[in-house]
Design a protein around this ligand. Structure first.
Ligand SMILES: Cc1ncc(COP(=O)(O)O)c(C=O)c1O
Length: 299
């Protein structure tokens, strides 16, 4: 697809940090896979892009997708499209005139941006094919929000085979929960995945996980917990306590985290350790899903 910084696999780092009450954990550093297409972005794009590469056409394809002003997925897709020699178009939830450093990056890699209001954005999310009313391109290839295509699960599942040992627990941030579903697919019923929902009232993710597993051809794995109490007020809300935690944790551990995704996971981990949620002998791993470019939106 394109060159990775760590082409074989991402490193797995052991940390025992006071910010986690001294509980040792392993961190699967997918944030180090690539400077732009980092974390779960690379994992989720891999198989959809491989299937596109196999289609024979004389027309250059256009990757079409959607996201917010600081979307890691839009950012990664714009880069991946350019690296693969494709066009790209992004449907962005924003008012005319709004901008961000992330959108500037997308434009710089040639992505055509279509700024739409909340209602049109919601329709793109909920009505299959609605995006075609907003974007026309000769050979469009649609990637759902967050890159959460069923084929995305295969790429995430592969990371399990990279591990030297199978941990008892893997923790991960959940937006669409495709990454969590991919981990379940790779674990094939082993261990327990603990997902931290970053959106408010994300009960609907249980149905999403079941649907993604089924569509991707995996059994209906149930070996997961979905934590709904660590959204900190909702998507991209960063109360002072969370911001401070992320700063202290990043400094002490040397593992950089942002407060929208992986910062919430480590925050939840600390709370769970404090409440006795884990057995003392359980080996815990956190999947670092990247997204550090989004920190630019926090200042
Ligand atoms: C950095 C980061 N971590 C985690 C997630 C959540 O992944 P998923 O939508 O697969 O649950 C996202 C969104 O895709 C993300 O950008």
């Amino acid at each position: 697809m394109f060159a990775l910084i760590n082409p074989d696999h991402s490193p797995c780092q052991y940390i025992a940090n006071p910010a986690l009450l001294g509980r040792p954990v392993w961190v699967k550093r997918d944030d180090l896979l690539h400077p732009v297409v980092s974390g779960n972005k690379y994992r989720k794009l891999k198989y959809p892009l491989m299937s596109l590469a196999q289609t024979r056409s004389t027309t250059t394809p256009t990757l079409v997708t959607m996201g917010g002003l600081w979307s890691n997925h839009l950012h990664a897709t714009a880069y991946a499209a350019q690296a693969c020699g494709y066009h790209s178009a992004g449907i962005v939830r924003a008012h005319a005139g709004m901008n961000s450093a992330m959108l500037d990056d997308c434009r710089a890699t040639g992505m055509q941006l279509h700024l739409v209001d909340r209602e049109n954005y919601r329709q793109c999310r909920e009505v299959p094919g609605y995006w075609q009313q907003l974007v026309t391109a000769p050979q469009p290839f649609w990637l759902p929000e967050g890159g959460s295509d069923p084929a995305a699960l295969h790429g995430v599942a592969e990371l399990i085979a990279e591990l030297d040992f199978i941990p008892d627990v893997i923790m991960v941030a959940c937006g669409t929960a495709a990454t969590l579903a991919g981990l379940l697919a790779g674990l094939q019923g082993r261990s327990r995945v603990v997902g931290v929902a970053v959106f408010k009232n994300a009960h609907y993710l249980h149905a999403e996980i079941a649907c993604l597993l089924q569509q991707a051809g995996y059994p209906a794995y149930q070996n997961y917990d979905l934590l709904l109490d660590f959204d900190h007020g909702g998507y991209a809300k960063v109360p002072r306590e969370l911001a401070q935690f992320c700063q202290v944790f990043s400094e002490q551990s040397g593992v950089p985290v942002e407060p929208v995704y992986t910062g919430k996971v480590f925050y939840a981990l600390r709370a769970l350790v404090g409440s006795g949620y884990f057995q003392p002998e359980e080996k815990i791993m956190v999947l670092h899903t990247g997204g550090l470019q989004g920190m630019r939106g926090q200042h």
